[in-house]
Ligand binder design. Structure first.
Ligand SMILES: [Zn+2]
Length: 91
């Protein structure tokens, strides 16, 4: 059974692994699966890198990778970066 490309992109937080709000894109520019985007995560209450998933396979892969801890450092680095910039803003 073939699945059509759906219009919305699912973004998953690299820090908590939860799904963020889907973003609808109408442009013809297709980003590669695995594209990172910094979004505010309502669960982490931080801006964290999210991974873009286009298909159920992408989502399954993300969940496996997340469980394996592949994103721990990247998530921490993205949060740390934000905190450092906030400090800079306050100086
Ligand atoms: Zn999160």
């Amino acid at each position: 059974m073939r699945r059509r490309n759906h219009e919305s992109r699912d973004f998953f937080c690299l820090n908590c692994g939860k799904q963020n709000m889907p973003i609808h894109r109408n442009t013809g520019r297709m980003k590669e699966a695995g594209h990172r985007k910094k979004l505010y995560c309502p669960w982490c209450k931080e801006e964290v890198n999210h991974i873009e998933c286009r298909t159920q396979e992408d989502i399954n892969q993300f969940k496996e990778d997340f469980k394996a801890g592949l994103f721990v450092e990247e998530a921490a680095a993205s949060i740390q970066y934000i905190k450092e910039s906030r400090v800079d803003f306050n100086v």
